[in-house]
Structure formats: structure tokens, C-alpha cells
Design a protein around this ligand. Structure first.
Ligand SMILES: [Zn+2]
Length: 247
């Protein structure tokens, strides 16, 4: 086989292997994104749960404080009932009123904390639902990735072997040029040299459509063992009949 024919063979297996790899990487990326979003929801749930616990414990502290103020009010009420001295009576009554309004304030605070906890509980329920939905999506993405991997793995392994064999037939410098172009154009390392007008010697690169000098056509047509690249896009050029005999 000529160098160009070897390059065309290499291109065929290389582009198939690249397509399979990118399909596998796509499935893996999708899985990773879903897992990351799942983990973010988990973190959010942990945060909201911690906030709820904080508000509940603050509310419990307020309630305990309210209870102790209540006990104090109750003991004042007994003193009040037992009091016979009008001045002492009104002093106790005034203190009771002060304590009652203090207790009401504390009760308000406790209530506000409980309301916050309840609002957060509603929010938590929403996030939990989102997380449950996301968990299903993650499971699907995982299964898809596994399916893709098992489908692709065997085919990819044999393509890699074919690719290595095809690459071994191509000299180092041409192989480097091929790999550079393949990396640049997602596997499309080769381009057909298209004849626009044979008589006027007009040729273009089939990939980038830029003009290719007639000398490059002449070189390729006369010696298929010298690789010719498109001046514009650097893809390796081939003549259509080479592809036709090897596809
Ligand atoms: Zn080109």
C-alpha cells in the first residue's frame, strides 16, 4: 500500500475509535454532572437540617426561659394573695406585670423560632423531593454509562489494536502530522483534495474549502508516498480514488 492509502486506513480506524471514546466520555460526563448536582442537593439538605435544629433548640431555650419566668410569676401570685400590706401588694403586682410582659416577649421569640423552623421544614421537603428526582436521574445516568462502557469496550479495544497496526505502517513525521490534525479536528485528520476545474488547474481542500496550489495536486497524483497537507487547515490531503479503493 502507498503512504496515502495507509493514512486513509489509519484515518478510518482512528476516527471510529475517537467517536467511540467521545461517546463514552459523553456518558461519563453526563453521569458526573448528575452526581455533582445530587451531591449539591445533599449538601443543601444537610445545611437546611442544621438550620432547623438550630431554630428548634433556640425555641426550646426560649420556652425553658419562659417557664422559669412563669414559675417566678406563680410564686409572686402566692405572695400577692398572702399580702396584707397595700404597698407591698402593689409592688408585687408591678413586678408581676413586668415579668408577664417579659414572658410574652420570650414567648414571641420562641414562636418566631418555631415559625422559621417550620418554613425551613417546607423548604427541606421541596429539596428532598428534588434530591429524590435527581437520585433517579443519577441511577439512569449510571446505568447508561455502564451500558455504553460494556458496548463500547470490546469494539474500542479491537479498534485500538487496528489503529496501532495502521499507525505502525506510517512513518513518524507523517504520523505526527496526522495526530496533530486529528486532535485539532476531532479525528478528521484527512481531507479530500477536490478538483474544481482540471483544465484551469483549480483545486480546493474538501474540508476547509480553501484553495490548494496545483503543485500539491501534481505531487499527490504523481507520488502517493509523499504526504501533502492543506496549507490552510493542515489536514492531510488524499485524492478521491484512494478513499474509494479502501473504504
Ligand atoms: Zn484545508
Amino acid at each position: 500500500m502507498t503512504l496515502i492509502a495507509d493514512l486513509v486506513s489509519l484515518h478510518q480506524v482512528d476516527s471510529q475509535a475517537r467517536a467511540l471514546r467521545s461517546r463514552l466520555e459523553g456518558a461519563q460526563r453526563h453521569k458526573a454532572i448528575q452526581e455533582r448536582q445530587g451531591a449539591q442537593l445533599q449538601t443543601r439538605m444537610d445545611e437546611v437540617r442544621a438550620q432547623i435544629r438550630h431554630h428548634q433548640s433556640t425555641a426550646a431555650n426560649h420556652e425553658a426561659e419562659s417557664g422559669s419566668v412563669d414559675s417566678r410569676i406563680e410564686s409572686l401570685r402566692q405572695q400577692l394573695n398572702a399580702s396584707t400590706n397595700p404597698r407591698q401588694y402593689s409592688a408585687i403586682l408591678a413586678e408581676m406585670k413586668t415579668l408577664q410582659s417579659k414572658r410574652d416577649e420570650i414567648d414571641e421569640l420562641a414562636l418566631a423560632q418555631m415559625q422559621k423552623a417550620e418554613e425551613l421544614q417546607t423548604k427541606l421537603t421541596e429539596i428532598e423531593q428534588q434530591a429524590a428526582e435527581r437520585a433517579k436521574v443519577v441511577d439512569v445516568a449510571k446505568a447508561e454509562f455502564e451500558t455504553c462502557r460494556s458496548e463500547v469496550a470490546e469494539r474500542l479495544a479491537s479498534l485500538e489494536q487496528e489503529r496501532a497496526a495502521a499507525a505502525a505502517r506510517v512513518p513518524r513525521s507523517e504520523l505526527d502530522a496526522f495526530t496533530r490534525a486529528a486532535d485539532l479536528y476531532e479525528g478528521e485528520a484527512m481531507a479530500e483534495l477536490v478538483t474544481i476545474d482540471l483544465r484551469r488547474r483549480e483545486y480546493v481542500c474538501g474540508a476547509c474549502n480553501m484553495e490548494v496550489p496545483a503543485e500539491k495536486y501534481a505531487s499527490l497524483a504523481s507520488n502517493p508516498n509523499v504526504a501533502v497537507t492543506c496549507t490552510s487547515c493542515q489536514r492531510i490531503l488524499f485524492l478521491p480514488q484512494v478513499a474509494a479503493t479502501h473504504s
